[in-house]
Design a protein. Structure first.
Length: 90
């Protein structure tokens, strides 16, 4: 009974990932038309996304998170500053 409840809960948690976030990362840009200049296509190109899986406490399923390069660099810098602040307290 408990095992089946855990399986149902895991299935529900797996389905709660936002569909818009995964759809945005897998969407392909529209093809350039013959009369559109190539420079215009490059200007409208989407920024490169960096995705990775994070372990979720209490779940067997990892959570996929995606960031732009700038967001990933900023997040890494913030995490490093937080770690240094914690280490300096002790």
């Amino acid at each position: 009974m408990l095992f089946s409840a855990l399986i149902v809960a895991a299935a529900i948690l797996a389905d709660t990932t936002p569909a818009a976030a995964t759809a945005a990362t897998t969407a392909t840009p529209p093809a350039a038309t013959a009369d559109a200049p190539a420079a215009k296509v490059e200007k409208t190109a989407k920024p490169k996304m960096i995705c990775h899986s994070e372990a979720v406490i209490g779940s067997l399923f990892p959570k996929k998170t995606c960031y732009t390069e700038d967001q990933a660099k900023q997040r890494q810098q913030d995490e490093r500053q937080n770690l240094e602040a914690i280490q300096n307290k002790h």
